[in-house]
Design a protein around this ligand. Structure first.
Ligand code: NAP
Length: 289
């Protein structure tokens, strides 16, 4: 059996096309959705992510701007800027690109963003709302994965789901979303004693580990839905320099029922859901939801 491939790139494009009319409606009512992305330092990967976020907004008619600081900037300067943006009615979403330099208190910076503009969904208020099953802003990557389940017509209710990874950005919110959807959820981490025991009985496996080709075909149950969140750049071998996920795609393709590729899977969905969250924030402000 060859797995059905859930095409994140195509789904992302379809969703973005659908966003355009919502942006037009908001703009006509004087609430053009606006996102500000704050970047501290010159990390090349972060620079690419930020550029893609800003361009993603502009492509569907939203307002977006990037504010950059030298890596040596003091935290107070950034907090002051966040306070200004919190008060700016033209801005509906504020995002601070992570990671921040070591002299920053990341939690303090994230908590400084108004919960109403926290389109990354990392503010404690929004994490709490998600945990209570009443989410306001869902972190973009797991939100994108939920859309992929919808696209693949995956009924989560009563299913066994295993999330590999427990980060605040991916693993934990992913687990909460699956719990809220009625799945029976196991969350694994680097100390899990027998990972294969868990993954091989799961109907759904979400890999968010950060290790290339970590999940192999022998670890999954035939017919399982395998979601690959990982983005790794291969260091050596014939494919050095190429992107690869946390899943051994070729090995799992013949075993899984559905699978997401890398690239072209979860990645394009993450920015798409950032756009969705910003539009939702503007719609709330405009009284449209
Ligand atoms: P992270 O913060 O480094 O978390 C990795 C998690 O994997 C940790 O919870 C860690 O456990 C767990 N882990 C490590 N080794 C393990 C093992 N042998 N067995 C089981 N669990 C293990 O990473 P992240 O931010 O969640 O990101 C994960 C991956 O997703 C990365 O490749 C990242 O680039 C990618 N990512 C992609 C997108 C996207 O848009 N597609 C967005 C965000 C992240 P401990 O907690 O015990 O250390």
């Amino acid at each position: 059996m060859t797995a059905h491939i859930i095409d994140g790139k195509a789904l992302a494009e379809e969703l973005r096309q659908g966003f355009k009319s919502r942006v037009e409606t908001l703009t006509a009512k004087g609430h053009k959705p606006g996102l500000v992305v704050i970047l501290v330092g010159e990390d090349p990967a972060s620079q690419v992510y930020v550029k893609n976020k800003v361009n993603g907004c502009l492509a569907i008619g939203m307002h977006s701007e990037k504010i950059t600081y030298d890596a040596a900037v003091d935290q107070e300067t950034v907090l002051k800027k966040i306070a200004e943006l919190n008060a700016d009615p033209a801005i509906h979403g504020i995002l601070v690109q992570l990671p921040l330099p070591k002299h920053f208190d990341e939690e303090k910076v994230l908590e400084a963003i108004s919960a109403d503009k926290d389109v990354d969904g990392f503010h404690a208020e929004n994490v709490g709302a998600l945990a209570q099953g009443n989410p306001r802003f869902i972190p973009c990557t797991p939100y994108g994965v939920m859309k992929m389940f919808e696209q693949g017509k995956v009924d989560l209710n009563g299913k066994e789901a295993v999330v590999i990874g427990r980060s605040n950005i991916v693993g934990k919110p992913m687990a909460l979303l699956l719990i809220n959807a009625g799945a029976t959820v196991t969350v694994c981490n680097s100390r899990t004693r027998d990972l294969k025991f868990h993954t091989s009985r799961a109907d759904i496996v979400v890999a968010a580990v950060g290790k290339p080709k970590f999940v192999t075909g022998d670890m999954i149950k035939p017919g399982a839905v395998v979601i690959d969140v990982g983005i790794n750049r291969l260091q050596d071998g014939p494919d050095a320099g190429k992107l690869c996920g946390d899943v051994d795609y070729a090995g799992c393709l013949e075993v899984a029922g559905q699978i997401t590729p890398v690239p072209g899977g979860v990645g394009p969905m993450t920015i798409t859901m950032l756009l969705a969250n910003t539009i939702e924030a503007a719609e709330r402000k405009a009284g449209l939801r």
